[in-house]
Design a binder for this molecule. Sequence first.
Ligand code: PLP
Length: 391
Amino acid sequence: MFANRVKQIAPSPTLALGAKVRAMRAQGKDVISFAMGEPDFPTPEPICEEAIRAIREGFTHYTDSRGTLELREEISRKLLEENHIHASPDQIVVSCGAKHALFNALMAICNPGDEVILLAPCWMTYREQAILAGAVPVVVETPAQNQYLPVFEDIQRAITPRTKAIIINSPCNPTGAVFPRNTLKEIASLALRHGFFIISDEIYEKHIYDGNSHTSIASLSQEVAKQTITINGVSKSFAMTGWRIGYASAPLDIAEAMATIQDQVTSNPSGISQKAALAALRLDSKLIHKMLQDFDSRRCFMAEELASVSGAKFCLPKGAFYIFAEFDGAIGNKIKNDIELVNYLLENYEVACIPGSVFEGPGKLRLTYALPHEQIREGIQRLSEGIRSLN
Ligand code: PLP
């Protein structure tokens, strides 16, 4: 009955788990969730005010399909000043979230049978969207003992004449890895030598800790920029996940192709949200700085609490807002895999995590630290009891 493509992809397990948590809460259960992938802070007031003003002033109609010129000019400025990427407003397409921008990118460049290299563990949407675009995902592991950074030779081995693109995500969901400049240079050198695209998902660029800094791969040189599609958005940096504004900057012909696809699928993302995104990009950075400091303190706190859980092993994340951990001894006789472990913890200890297999990292769990200290303490205590009960 359904098209074959439906059978090839899975619904988002993160969203499904979120629905299960909501249902348990509706039954009066006090679930602590380390599952969600969004900041728990409210969207800053000046951003909300701008959206309200847009509605009051009647900014409620279609805009340019690829986003208003005003917003694309602001993104162009932001990319130049913060990321050292030269992209004119024509090279920018504003979409319904970074997820949509990524989909446009894959749809614009992939033909059936093209290969897209993914660096795992990685956000599950990369695989599913590559398949929807007719491409074949090729997974290259980033080893935990290498701080989840890719090994040059491993990427090299995965390249074939059909390689169309590599997707990179630094800071990384779920591992928190931040790619150093040298790693980016290595990836860029392979893309230039073999002529494939780099899709660089930089949605967590502001969530970066311990003095590490974010480098946009498109800033390495003009040649690299000509083969790079940079994906970003306001969801994570400005606590705006529900507003659905993401964007891509790309070489002009690719941006045109992405805009044409968007023309025929969604038209413009919400004009009101575009006004809000404009306010976000112009926001006093102090407002964001405070949120980021809180994330850093929660990161350290969760790492300390987690270290006392029996058998816990993890790398302290350098970016994003997740800890990717495994628990020696938890998976074995009673519990067969990470999915069973997540269900066991949720049903018996009312604490929710995401199974690592969702990110091509089986046997591990992803825990978000985007929640207040007291909840982190209580949640880790529950997790600890759950894990102990299995040892
Ligand atoms: N990229 C990564 C790595 C993510 O983790 C997410 C959201 O979880 C997104 C992109 C999607 O961002 P948006 O909400 O702007 O679609």
